[in-house]
Design a protein around this ligand. Structure first.
Ligand SMILES: Cc1cc2nc3c(=O)[nH]c(=O)nc-3n(C[C@H](O)[C@H](O)[C@H](O)COP(=O)(O)OP(=O)(O)OC[C@H]3O[C@@H](n4cnc5c(N)ncnc54)[C@H](O)[C@@H]3O)c2cc1C
Length: 404
């Protein structure tokens, strides 16, 4: 008989949900916690799924967060393989695939799911990558070294996958509809990204649409692109983006507009908080509404939502989430990192040296963000300084001093 009530319910068993559970357990140890997750594994790290080399084992036990054991000892109930199907905000009840769970406060951390273009959906040996089993499936398909590989979508996951396959000495094509993948960070960033992949021998097809998938007479398969090019594609991995997993909330009355709309404290409704990739909230540090699809934000929001879910019960004030969005990506041995906020209209200043490249985003005299290819020490300094308002003068002198 599944548990039917708890103090804090968490829906979603990944990093945001895990951090929320850890925080409640620390902050208010007497509160009972139940986590509902439709995955059959306890919370595990997703970033290694696109980074661990193809010839190395991808072991689930090594990916599961060590904190899971502490939380089990604390008494957290991991309701795995359980799908939340409906939320009754007034009745403080989650209806799920095995019954119903009543809560005093709730953290929704259902994250995102991968988008699969209809033209590729359902075809054999076509994969997206969000969950552990996705990674196992495409690694199995890639086990035959004679199979050609095409990656559709040249964002961070697509770029990491291309790097992973090329690292095994295999030919791989990277296709993207956008003429300048990562161009939202500025043309100079796109050029560095393109050069990184081209330098590693990746076949790039940017600005091209997949128009057909053609099975050839000899058993091989190709992607036909809008410019007529045929790209060998026995195995296709798709990384064209994700969408918030909010279908189950459709009748809940929560505001859903490109994510769960929250206030600055990550509150979505009475006694309902949300955290992670599925959340849209006004980030006061930047005076902007945002939804961030990166690990560190999910972890940070999980902590804030956990504090607030506990404080909602304890009658204590709520904490505001005003963080500095950050991500990293590892491709061809180069660490790409970003911290800050890029609205799109900032000036981009570039600084290159033998250690890599730094791209600084500024609006007038204020620095709004930094992106780095390597230059790890410089990046860390600037990321730390971004915690408060950062003037261009401070950073420009730092950059020019270190370049000379
Ligand atoms: C392959 C890969 C590599 C990545 N690499 C990086 C990286 O290098 N750097 C970086 O910053 N970020 C990276 N990310 C992004 C990062 O992993 C995500 O930002 C992070 O996982 C978001 O966490 P989350 O808890 O918000 O949601 P998710 O991780 O999406 O988890 C949501 C959980 O909720 C569950 N769920 C959804 N709906 C329901 C429901 N109705 N009922 C029950 N459970 C439900 C899902 O099954 C899932 O377990 C990567 C992501 C992937 C997939």
């Amino acid at each position: 008989m599944p548990q039917t009530s708890c103090d804090v319910a968490i829906v979603g068993g990944s990093i945001a949900g895990l951090r929320a559970a850890q925080t409640v357990a620390r902050h208010a140890p007497d509160l009972t916690i139940a986590m509902i997750s439709d995955e059959t594994y306890p919370p595990y790290e997703r970033p290694p799924l696109s980074k661990v080399g193809l010839t190395k084992p991808l072991l689930l036990d090594a990916l599961i967060y060590p904190a899971v054991n502490d939380l089990k000892s604390h008494g957290v109930n991991f309701m795995l393989g359980t799908r939340a199907e409906e939320l009754d905000v007034e009745g403080r009840t989650i209806r799920h695939s095995s019954g119903a769970l009543q809560y005093r406060s709730l953290v929704v951390a259902t994250g995102c799911e991968a988008v699969m273009p209809p033209a590729l959906s359902g075809l054999p040996d076509v994969f997206s990558l969000r969950r552990y089993e996705d990674a196992i499936s495409f690694r199995r398909a890639l086990a035959d070294p004679l199979k050609s590989v095409a990656i559709v979508g040249a964002g961070f996951i697509g770029g990491e996958l291309a790097s992973m396959v090329a690292n095994e000495g295999r030919q791989v094509a990277l296709v993207d509809l956008a003429r300048k993948p990562l161009g939202r960070f500025g043309d100079a960033v796109f050029r560095s990204y393109e050069a990184l992949h081209r330098g590693a021998g990746i076949e790039l097809h940017f600005g091209e649409q997949v128009t057909d998938v053609v099975q050839q007479g000899n058993g091989s398969r190709v992607l036909k692109l809008s410019d007529g090019t045929k790209v060998p594609a026995d195995v296709i991995v798709v990384g064209v983006g994700v969408r918030p997993s909010t279908e189950w909330l459709k009748r809940s009355g929560l505001r859903l507009e490109n994510g769960i709309v929250c206030d600055g404290t990550l509150r979505a409704a009475d006694h309902v908080f949300a955290a992670g990739d599925a959340v849209r909230w006004p980030n006061r540090r930047w005076g902007a509404d945002m939804r961030v699809e990166h690990w560190t934000n999910a972890a940070e929001q999980g902590r804030v939502a956990g504090v607030n879910a506990a404080n909602d019960i304890l009658g204590s004030p709520l904490e505001v989430c005003a963080n500095i969005p950050y991500f990293w990506s590892d491709q061809h041995g180069v660490r790409i990192q970003f911290a800050g906020h890029r609205a799109g209209d900032e000036e981009v200043a570039e600084s290159r040296n033998s250690g890599g490249s730094l791209f600084l985003y500024r609006r007038g005299e204020i620095v709004t963000g930094v992106l780095a290819f390597e230059r790890r020490a410089d990046f860390v300094k600037i990321r730390t300084m971004l915690k408060s308002e950062l003037s261009w003068q401070v950073v420009s002198s730092l950059v020019s001093r270190e370049d000379s």
